[in-house]
Write a protein of this length. Structure first.
Length: 315
């Protein structure tokens, strides 16, 4: 009676296969990390933390640290998934720009299907985690950010310079996620913080757009109009920075902060407006770099001042 041959795989071969798989995974890990846009996520975590801390209604000595960790982790997962899916959608255009051509997808180091699955998994896990561990409202705000960023802002970048305006709406939501997680709702003070982040995005992105305008044009992105680029860039930079100065002086819910905090916010806003004016007048790459640096410094310091003011006022 004939019998089927039995394939015996040596234990050494199985162990070697596992080691090879682990080595490949370890080699690809930095590329998957880059897909999540960690430099953007750093600012998102800061904004979410600030929204949570400022939105928590009780005394800081009863601060819910575990809930904060859940909020930051869930938001980070959704943001990482959003960044990955954004790079998946723009991979062909990223290949046309010098500053993005070496990213994992356009460079061919990661299979697009793997990136799609990775981004979908991160975003889904983050939204579910927020809904279960934090609140449904926080989860819905995170999902709203993902949907509007990927399906409104991202395609509009190749159609109209108004994409910056559209993208500013989801880009300013992270503090609302933190606030909703802490307070269970979104108040006028939360919307005032939202307004700060909304206005901040214009000078920040215009600095990037001016520095890489040739790269964007090469890929077909209309972040700056084909005609009157200088005028468009100047107005979209100057008006929001002046808005930040006015917001620091206006009788908004944020004006309840202490005098030192308000003076600090005013000085930071005035400094950002000055750098914005320099870019509008000089229209140089150097001025754009200075504005970009000023914007990166401005945002964390604004929230540090707000958090420190509340901490000192409650002590």
């Amino acid at each position: 009676m004939a019998t089927e041959p039995v394939l015996i795989i040596p234990a050494e071969a199985t162990a070697a296969g596992r080691q090879l798989w682990f080595a490949r995974w370890l080699a690809a890990a930095p590329d998957y990390w880059a897909l999540t846009k960690p430099e953007v996520n750093f600012l998102i975590v800061i904004c979410t933390f600030a929204g949570f801390y400022l939105g928590y209604p009780a005394h800081p000595e009863h601060f819910p640290l575990v809930r904060l960790i859940h909020t930051l982790l869930g938001t980070l997962l959704v943001a990482s998934g959003t960044g990955t899916l954004n790079q998946y959608l723009e991979r062909r255009f990223d290949a046309l720009m010098r500053r993005t051509a070496t990213r994992p997808l356009p460079a061919g180091r990661i299979n697009p299907r793997h990136a799609l699955a990775f981004g979908t998994l991160l975003a889904s896990a983050g939204a579910a985690y927020l809904a279960v561990a934090v609140s449904v409202l926080a989860s819905l705000l995170a999902i709203l950010t993902l949907v509007t960023y990927l399906f409104a802002y991202t395609p509009l970048k190749r159609k109209t310079p108004l994409c910056t305006l559209v993208g500013a709406f989801p880009g300013a939501i992270p503090p609302l996620i933190g606030w909703a997680a802490a307070a269970g709702t979104v108040s006028l003070q939360a919307l005032a913080i939202y307004a700060v982040l909304f206005l901040w995005q214009f000078p920040h992105f215009m600095a990037i757009a001016w520095m890489y305008r040739e790269d964007y044009a090469r890929a077909g992105y209309l972040v700056l109009p084909c005609d009157n680029q200088c005028r468009f860039m100047a107005w979209v930079t100057l008006l929001p920075t002046l808005g930040l100065v006015i917001l620091s002086l206006a009788p908004t819910p944020l004006a309840r902060a202490g005098l030192a905090c308000r003076i600090g916010v005013l000085l930071l806003s005035a400094g950002l407006a000055y750098c914005g004016a320099q870019l509008g007048l000089r229209r140089s790459t150097l001025a754009a770099r200075r504005l970009l640096l000023a914007s990166i410094v401005y945002l964390p310091l604004i929230f540090v001042l707000r958090v420190a003011d509340r901490l000192l006022s409650s002590s």
